[in-house]
Design a binder for this molecule. Sequence first.
Ligand SMILES: Cc1cc2nc3c(=O)[nH]c(=O)nc-3n(C[C@H](O)[C@H](O)[C@H](O)COP(=O)(O)O)c2cc1C
Length: 208
Amino acid sequence: MNYNNIEELINDRHSVKQFDPNYKIPHEEMDEMIQLATKAPSSVNMQPWRFAVVESDEAKAKLRPLIRFNTPQNDTSSAMIVIFGDLQCLENSEHIYSSAVEHGMMPKEVKEKNLPIIQGMYNQLPRQAMSDIVKIDSTLAAMQLMLIARTYGYDTNPIGGFEHDKIGEALGYPLDRYVPVLIIAIGKAVKEGRPSYRMSVERVVNYL
Ligand SMILES: Cc1cc2nc3c(=O)[nH]c(=O)nc-3n(C[C@H](O)[C@H](O)[C@H](O)COP(=O)(O)O)c2cc1C
């Protein structure tokens, strides 16, 4: 899909819940879309988002009892992308900051000064605070993924209605480490999404 501008792209995204069940997204394309989505900003660039791309019949069967009224999306989508936030994302901190230095994106001194501070800060955060951070970060990537999907000719439906306490274990993402954030159903639409109402700016904005 070609879009002339971001406004057109944003206006064109609607939740779609019925997809062509025979269409699978090639992994190369899925990887490209996810790679672009991960250009999203994240707290101290820790990139805690993890994507479980549920596409096989076996994996979808595991998901089915855990997604309440959202079974049509599971049954017809190319994939249900279950996004988790990694509470132990700090494990990648050395890799991320060293790579930034290697690629000339960050002076070595900045890494050496900032990384220990960041590690110290994250290490002493309570679970709830860390969970809030990884959820915010992962949600930003999720939104980008939905818009990027449109440019690849796919449609999506964000899904929050699932068993948050069970989904991780079912997919090999244990709850003590991974916080479930959102599922994104993705595929080729067979039934177009409908425009949905948005409140006026006056109702939601307050200039102070
Ligand atoms: C966090 C979140 C959770 C949602 N959960 C569900 C869900 O469980 N099932 C569903 O069909 N749609 C779900 N939606 C989709 C919303 O109903 C939809 O985005 C909203 O009505 C606006 O419509 P639009 O996406 O077409 O603009 C969810 C959306 C968000 C952002």
